[in-house]
Write a protein that binds this ligand. Structure first.
Ligand SMILES: N[C@@H](CCC(=O)N[C@@H](CS)C(=O)NCC(=O)O)C(=O)O
Length: 206
């Protein structure tokens, strides 16, 4: 059986939603990021991590998402098999992993980026990522013009990955998600999905 390690509201929400869609039994374990117990499972201390039966511990959200899509082809959440579609899926997973997610790192973990206890420097570090956050949201907003899904005209594992991170936009002061009309529409629609609601309620998040 698959076991997913998660912390509420993190990018682990993406594989959690996918597991709900797939509908096979799985286990869920809530962990404390970076705790000594969890470091024994994932030496990076990050989530998501996943074990499938007697597999090694897997990590990296995009790799886990692709694994699930490939393991359960009937769920049709991966590439449709054309070269162009595979490229599109990889491109968007790479965007979320390589651009969108890191834009938030200094916002969520500013203490990793300062070397002095200086209040002004701390404020600057926390606010500096806003420029990058605006850039990734604007890019996604342009992409979603007239579109309901990240890749093609169907659900893929890229959609819950997008959703988990778009949700973080709610924490940015003075920049409501509704400023990005297409992103906001995508977010609101996606939130209606029963599996998404189940995963969010299991994690205790809104
Ligand atoms: N590259 C990371 C991506 C996952 C990631 O950064 N997860 C965040 C939560 S969304 C995390 O665990 N942050 C805690 C930390 O970086 O210590 C991995 O190894 O899986």
């Amino acid at each position: 059986m698959i076991k997913l390690f998660y912390a509420p509201g993190t990018c682990a929400l993406a594989p959690h939603i996918v597991l709900e869609w797939i509908g096979e039994p799985y286990e869920l374990e809530k962990v404390q990021l970076g705790s000594p117990e969890y470091l024994k499972i994932n030496p990076l201390g990050q989530v998501p991590a996943m074990i499938d039966g007697d597999s090694d511990v897997m990590n990296q959200p995009d790799a886990i998402l692709k694994y699930l899509a490939q393991k359960y082809p009937d769920a049709k959440l991966g590439s449709n098999g054309t070269l162009q579609d595979a490229y599109e899926l990889n491109r968007w997973l790479a965007f979320f992993t390589g651009d969108f997610h890191p834009a938030f790192y200094p916002y969520f973990r500013p203490n990793r980026y300062w070397i002095e206890e200086d209040e002004n420097a701390h404020k600057t570090i926390k606010e500096a990522p806003y420029k990058l956050i605006v850039r990734v949201f604007a890019h996604l907003n342009n992409h979603l013009e007239g579109k309901d899904y990240i890749v093609g005209d169907r659900l893929t594992v890229a959609d819950p990955y997008a959703f988990a991170m778009i949700r973080w936009g709610n924490y940015i002061p003075n920049k409501p998600l509704s400023d990005y009309a297409n992103v906001f529409r995508f977010y609101q629609q996606f939130k209606q999905d029963n599996a998404v609601q189940r995963a969010m309620s299991q994690q205790g998040i809104k």
